[in-house]
Design a protein around this ligand. Structure first.
Ligand code: GTP
Ligand code: MG
Length: 193
């Protein structure tokens, strides 16, 4: 669906570097290393489009991708622990929060949760920020390929319990694996609508 329609536009390091807010955008937020960039690559079918790596703190800018001429996909830096100097991390975390709280053309935030770990305190913090800013968000479980049956359901239950506390949360949770392709079609159709 997206292949050929997607291109890297720019990396943004300050709010005044954001492109004009004249089209709808969706963003991918989540703890460092949760799989945001990998998910964008899986969704677009373009492996090296968003740079992914095993080092938490890989993405340090707000990366804009055009999806056709009417939409942006936005890859965000992670929150929580990152393998980078404290001052640098603080700067991009502030940018991340300013973006999530203040971007008027942000239609939906996808909040990615590692299926092995469930919702952590830092995730709740970000979700609360989204509640306050009235940004609808949808939880996407990542790395589902790394989790087995019973554990899978147990974590999902934990996540549902946490989501109940957040008025801006969309009730449906999408379970994905960028590695195996699970949930990628579902997510594509959500983005396309
Ligand atoms: P930051 O930019 O540092 O915040 O990280 P990120 O959230 O963009 O994560 P990234 O996509 O760079 O992936 C982090 C690591 O997780 C990489 O080693 C990926 O290969 C791995 N990974 C991502 N998605 C999956 C998945 O669905 N399954 C498995 N097994 N590994 C994954
Ligand atoms: Mg990344």
């Amino acid at each position: 669906l997206f292949v050929g329609e997607v291109d890297f536009l720019k990396g943004v390091v300050a709010m005044d570097g954001l492109p004009p807010d004249d089209r709808a955008e969706v963003c991918f937020a989540g703890r460092s290393n949760v799989g945001k960039s990998s998910l964008i690559n899986a969704l677009t079918g373009r492996k090296g489009l968003a740079r992914a790596s095993n080092t938490p703190g890989r993405t340090q800018e707000i990366n804009y991708f055009t999806l056709g001429s009417e939409r942006y996909l936005v890859d965000l830096p992670g929150y929580g622990f990152a393998n980078a100097p404290v001052a640098v991390v603080a700067k991009w975390q502030a940018l991340l929060k300013a973006y999530l709280a203040g971007r008027v053309s942000l239609r939906r935030a996808f909040v990615l949760i590692d299926h092995r770990h469930g919702v952590k305190a830092v995730d709740n913090e970000i979700m609360t920020l989204l509640d306050r800013s009235a940004v609808t968000f949808q939880v996407v479980m990542t790395k589902a390929d790394k989790v087995k049956g019973a554990e899978h359901d147990k974590i999902l239950e934990q996540v549902r319990g946490q989501l109940a506390k957040h008025p801006a949360a969309y009730p449906e949770i999408v379970v994905t694996s960028s590695e195996k392709g699970d949930g990628i079609g579902t997510l594509r159709s959500i983005i396309a609508t």
